[in-house]
Ligand binder design. Structure first.
Ligand code: ZN
Length: 203
């Protein structure tokens, strides 16, 4: 499986990192080795002193497809999830300054936390899903799928022009504002609506 991530998909997060608002979705990929095994603690890598959490809604692809039209995109996924796109912000900042690819800062081992999946049928409206992240019991991020610059079906249409989507692939749909650093013993808890979907302890 592969993990396809969308960057800069919420206006408030674009502003907090002083990024340019993109004309097309920003895409990057994490390898399957980036998945943090379920229930395991997250060990901060030695090459960074500034690991940030980014909570994101996830979509799991359940059917192979390429060049998928937006109106047919719903046929290609049936589960929604919650994840954390851990980012070595110091490394990413250096790479961005040099115009180099982001992989070292985004695709390292354990950088993709994937929480519990929920059938999409459980949501009345996929364009109104609220989600949040708490750090040590204090809410640090909250978002709603309705605030995405590119909605799920548009993301699938766009991404599938470049990458064939396969069963089991996961799309990280971007993070809202509030990203920030983690320290040893921090506890991150992510929720969709009010239900806990992921919990990670930082080591
Ligand atoms: Zn992200």
């Amino acid at each position: 499986m592969k993990i396809i991530c969308i960057g800069r998909n919420y206006t408030d997060h674009i502003e907090e990192l002083s990024n340019e608002r993109p004309k097309e979705p920003v895409i990057f990929i994490k390898p399957d080795s980036a998945v943090l095994p379920k229930e395991q603690d997250f060990y901060r890598p030695e090459f960074s002193n500034d690991i940030h959490y980014e909570v994101e809604l996830l979509v799991k692809i359940h059917k192979v497809g390429k060049h998928i039209a937006k109106e047919f995109a719903p046929n290609y996924y049936d589960e929604i999830g919650l994840g954390i796109d851990f980012t070595a912000r110091d490394v990413q900042t250096q790479l961005k300054q040099k115009g180099l690819p982001w992989e070292k800062s985004k695709g390292f081992d354990g950088s993709a936390v994937i929480g519990k999946w929920v059938s999409k049928a459980q949501f009345e409206n996929l364009e109104n899903i609220s989600f949040s992240l708490e750090k040590n019991g204090v809410q640090v991020q909250s978002g709603n799928s309705g605030l995405m610059l590119w909605k799920i079906d548009e993301i699938i249409a766009y991404v599938s022009q470049f990458f064939m989507l396969k069963k089991g692939d996961v799309i990280f749909t971007g993070t809202p504002a509030g990203v920030g650093p983690v320290q040893e013993n921090d506890v991150l808890v992510g929720k969709i609506e009010q239900e806990v979907k992921l919990r990670t302890i930082i080591k």
